[in-house]
Design a protein around this ligand. Structure first.
Ligand code: DGY
Length: 314
């Protein structure tokens, strides 16, 4: 059972082996609960909670929840474990796509591209002006990666060409990033204070909620560019909007928001922000590969094998 939508690249693999039903993107919670009943596997995604209620509605035969994405903060892992349901995700498939979007947002925010383009589109451009649209250069910038996992590590590779220092936070040291890219592991506060560009690459969780709050924002340089392609919950939206409006930080590039698809409307009037609607993994290659991984995970579990991407701890 696909609760919303799986792209054909993965859906076809499932259809070769199982009876597959898909509700489509507009499915509501009660439709999901009704449709899940009796399913052996559920294909889920970040837009809805996979909680004990939904698992219960599916029934005791349910064996696998295959989340279409690398993040699984929408899944109640304890409830799945208690019911003996395997949870899988799609790591790796979206590493390049998300790291590249983080770079795009960093550059767009640093040069205030969305506002400059808006001016042009609205006919407000008066011609070349030496004073206007001055932004920040990334060449030589200190770049801080918060959460140097797959995506954070790839982001660091992409920005290595800018030539400045590279800082990172991580539970574990990353000798590869240190040896290959000269990265330095530091505590979060030091990273915030030293970096010209800060990119967030942590999963959403109770511990990471509002990691970037008023206090953290006040540690940053007045010219710092903050990028978030991880989860909206990492950043206190109201505090970030205040910091931008009061010129306490340089710029922000955001792909994720608290309460998606809603977001704080203050972002629409805040200066120097580049906004994207959660499109980090949205490349043809990445989304097809994610879909195939979802299918491979479901097939493995339902055929009694270890899935390629089990979520640890379930
Ligand atoms: C993920 O995989 O967790 C992304 O946020 C969805 O693209």
């Amino acid at each position: 059972m696909i609760l919303r939508e799986l792209l054909p690249a993965g859906r076809q693999l499932l259809e070769e082996k199982f009876q597959v039903t898909s509700l489509g993107l507009d499915a509501d919670r009660s439709q999901m609960k009704a449709a899940a009943a009796g399913a052996d596997g559920l294909v889920t995604d970040l837009t809805f909670a996979v909680d004990d209620e939904l698992l219960g509605a599916a029934g005791p035969q349910l064996k696998v929840v295959a989340n279409f994405g690398v993040g699984y903060d929408n899944v109640d892992l304890a409830a799945c474990a208690a019911r003996g349901v395997t949870v899988t995700n799609t790591p790796g498939a979206l590493t390049n796509a998300t790291a590249e979007l983080a770079l795009a947002l960093a550059m767009a925010a640093a040069r205030d591209l969305p506002a400059a383009e808006k001016d042009l589109r609205e006919g407000a451009w008066q011609g070349w002006d030496p004073r206007r649209w001055r932004g920040f250069e990334l060449s030589g910038a200190s770049i801080g990666v918060v959460g140097a996992g797959r995506i954070g590590g790839r982001f660091m590779e992409l920005v290595a060409g800018f030539g400045g220092e590279r800082l990172y936070t991580s539970r574990q040291p990353k000798p590869d990033l240190e040896n290959r890219l000269g990265a330095e592991r530091v505590e979060l506060d030091e990273l915030l204070a030293r970096s010209d560009l800060i990119s967030l690459h942590l999963p959403g969780s109770r511990e990471s909620r509002h990691l970037i709050d008023e206090r953290a924002l006040r540690l940053m340089k007045r010219t710092a560019v903050l990028v978030n392609t991880g989860r909206g919950t990492l950043v206190d939206s109201a505090a970030l909007i205040r910091a931008l409006k009061e010129d306490r930080i340089g710029a922000a590039g955001l792909d994720v928001y608290e309460g998606e698809p809603d977001f704080d409307p203050g972002f629409l009037t805040a200066p120097r922000v580049a906004l994207a609607p959660h499109i980090g993994s949205a490349t043809y290659r990445s989304r097809d590969e994610m879909s195939r991984l979802v299918a491979a995970n479901v097939i493995a579990v339902l055929e009694g094998r270890e899935p390629p991407n089990p979520v640890p701890g379930v």
